[in-house]
Design a protein around this ligand. Structure first.
Ligand code: ZN
Length: 271
């Protein structure tokens, strides 16, 4: 099978340095293996997803030098069947489930959200940078909301499988979510991809980089004179490279953890 990675932006805001780090790692890893890079727009959350942002994100990726071989169907155009997955319908509110516990598993409700009847116990896997990991999966996470909309764990597993993705490379904030996704792969009898989680970048306020850290958006950095080479020189130490060069890349040199980014885009140290 051709090694296949993917860059999967959510079009709810412009790309910032944290996105560049994750997509850069995905691109380097796939290219270093002589593989393909897919672009997939993760616009499940249609309310927040905006078309013009998706176009701007493509511009930013091209500016960074992160060309893709193929764009696969956006999530908003796909369907997410539950075939083969043990599920039950749940009518609990968040509060009643939290306080009383959910008793819906044996009730055969004809409405409500679809929850994954998740086998309990730790899930072990190897992260290509951080090494052996063990996390408990979320307890019976929602796979399809009461309004029929697929939830992220279902969508990402079905999409990666259907797109032929062999390596998932993404931000470290999703490291523990890997446990639930592996439970889905097990339920479906599918071979999971490999996993590599890069560092999480935090703003000067200690919060994960987001729209509220506008000065670390790639367009803002570009306007203040940054070049793509400067972006990669800045992020390179976290990726184990000094420029965007697949020949330099090995997953073992990627630095996991949390790092703080100053308002001017410099990485000022480990959190
Ligand atoms: Zn319930």
């Amino acid at each position: 099978m051709v090694p296949t990675g993917r860059m999967a932006p959510t079009p709810s805001g412009h790309l910032h340095l944290g996105n560049a780090l994750a997509f850069g790692a995905a691109w380097l890893s796939a290219r270093a293996a002589g593989g393909r890079v897919l672009l997939r727009v993760e616009d499940l959350d249609r309310g927040r997803a905006r078309g013009e942002v998706a176009l701007a994100q493509r511009e930013d990726l091209r500016w960074l030098g992160l060309e893709w071989d193929e764009e696969t169907a956006p999530q908003s155009s796909r369907t997410y069947p539950l075939d083969g997955i043990p599920v039950f319908r749940c009518v609990c509110t968040r509060a009643t489930r939290h306080i009383l516990g959910c008793m819906c598993r044996n009730k055969a409700h004809d409405k409500g959200a679809w929850r994954f009847d998740t086998p309990r116990g730790l899930v072990q896997f190897v992260d290509r940078a951080a090494g052996p990991q063990a996390f408990a999966p979320d307890e019976d996470p929602i796979l399809v909301r009461a309004d029929g909309e697929a939830a992220y764990p279902l969508a990402v597993v079905l999409d990666d499988h259907r797109d032929g993705v062999t390596e998932v490379v993404r931000g470290g904030d999703l490291l523990s979510a890997t446990a639930t996704q592996l439970r889905l792969y097990q339920a479906l009898g599918w071979t999971p991809p490999t996993w590599l989680h890069v560092a999480v970048l935090l703003g000067h306020d200690g919060k994960k980089l987001s729209k509220s850290h506008g000065s670390t958006e790639l367009r803002a950095l570009r306007e203040s004179g940054w070049t793509p080479a400067r972006v990669w020189a800045t992020l390179g130490p976290l990726l184990g490279v000094d420029r965007l060069d697949p020949a330099q890349f090995t997953a073992e040199r990627v630095k996991p953890g949390e790092f703080v980014v100053a308002e001017d885009g410099r990485i000022v140290g480990a959190a």
